[in-house]
Design a protein around this ligand. Structure first.
Ligand SMILES: Nc1ncnc2c1ncn2[C@@H]1O[C@H](COP(=O)(O)OP(=O)(O)OP(=O)(O)O)[C@@H](O)[C@H]1O
Ligand SMILES: [Mg+2]
Length: 347
């Protein structure tokens, strides 16, 4: 369309920053370009950016890497910067909703109301009688300010402000469609957080960021073996590829796997307790840390839920200059950037 603002999906991870450019026409999506760079050490936390300028520098470098001419970015909030909570309210007129939602939020959201921005999404599922279910999204203004400063310094503009978990669900929906009747969990095992989303018939009904991920393995190796963080990361990745490492590395990985399993199980239990009538049928996983040896089979066994990899490119074609081999290489950690890049302004 004339004047349409094409977006860049920008996923700011604590381990890698990813940028994705897509073209979507009549439901057909094409990957125009994708780039990623390591996040400068320690600058991205579990819900905040500690050093906006150094992230902005990385974003500028990425813009050059992918040679983008787009100006608007789609960004996702994550971790402690955003709370997503499902609430049930009486069915009321649309014009009364804002006030009702604000009142409900003050009961349920443990942030200072002056410091948050609220939005909500009515969950469109059949039934419900006199009540309706609403996903309440409370974002910390501090994070919104950091994003504004970031795009400013990188000479870009905010097109869409999203939630990483919702972007994950968006990437899933493009590739797999709305699966009728099924309750599906999506897990994105990152470095600092694991995004846990539950969708039912294409609607997000639960979203929570588990503050646990790949960096917990690295931290434990660092702490217990007295090696530096980069050495600990290298030991972990050697264990992943089957290169010989001291036996202690394997035992640490296995101990941290147990903690990760507990975290996922707790989130699933929390979902079940808060969503009467829904049981998770299956789970799609992604994220760099999903490659940790034995993690996925063990979670599947502990929860009794079948797991399969989420392919973020199942229905996305390579654009000119993007090779299928490259798409295969980035697939394990691209999902959130893809889901963000698929958004439209005013989506
Ligand atoms: N093959 C692999 N097997 C296991 N772990 C891996 C592998 N490759 C990368 N990792 C780990 O995955 C993490 C990076 O994944 P990802 O890019 O999804 O995280 P991120 O988006 O930067 O983090 P977050 O979103 O949590 O802030 C790091 O902890 C890294 O050590
Ligand atoms: Mg991530």
């Amino acid at each position: 369309m004339f004047g349409e603002k094409k977006l860049i999906g920008l996923d700011i991870g604590s381990s890698t920053i990813k940028m994705a450019e897509l073209n979507v026409q009549r439901g057909n999506a094409q990957l125009v370009s994708f780039g990623y760079l390591p996040t400068p050490q320690g600058v991205v936390g579990a819900g905040e950016i500690n050093n906006v300028s150094s992230v902005a520098e990385a974003v500028i470098a990425l813009s050059h890497q992918i040679k983008t001419s787009r100006k608007y970015v789609s960004l996702g909030m994550w971790g402690t910067s955003v709370i997503v909570k499902k609430i049930t309210i009486p069915k009321i007129e649309k014009k009364l909703m804002d006030q009702q939602i604000r009142w409900e939020a003050e009961q349920y959201i443990p942030f200072d109301p002056a410091e948050i921005s609220l939005s909500f999404h009515v969950i469109n599922l059949p039934g419900g009688g006199d009540t309706m279910e609403v996903l309440l999204v409370a974002a910390q203004n501090a994070m919104v300010r950091q994003f504004n400063q970031l795009v400013d310094e990188a000479q870009l503009k905010i097109g869409v402000l999203d939630v990483s978990g919702f972007a994950l669900a968006n990437a899933f929906e493009l590739n797999y469609g709305k699966i009728p009747g099924q309750t599906i969990s999506l897990l994105n095992f990152g470095a600092g957080v694991t995004n846990c989303v539950v969708i039912h018939h294409g609607e997000v009904i639960f979203s929570r960021d588990i503050p646990f991920g790949g960096s917990n393995y690295t931290m434990e190796i660092h702490r217990e073996m007295g090696v530096t963080l980069p050495e600990a990361e290298a030991l972990k990745l050697s264990a992943v590829t089957g290169t010989e490492v001291p036996e202690q590395v394997h035992s640490i990985i296995s101990a941290v796997n147990s903690m990760m399993i507990d975290e996922v199980r707790n989130s699933f239990d929390f979902f079940t307790a808060s969503s009467a009538g829904f049981a998770i049928n299956n789970c799609y996983f992604t994220g760099g840390a999903a490659g940790v040896p034995n993690l996925i089979p063990q979670i599947s066994q502990a929860t009794g839920i079948p797991f399969e990899p989420l392919d973020p490119f199942q229905r996305i074609k390579p654009g000119k200059g993007v090779s299928p081999g490259y798409m295969q290489q980035i697939a394990p950690f691209a999902a959130v950037a893809i889901g963000l890049g698929l958004r439209k302004v005013n989506d």
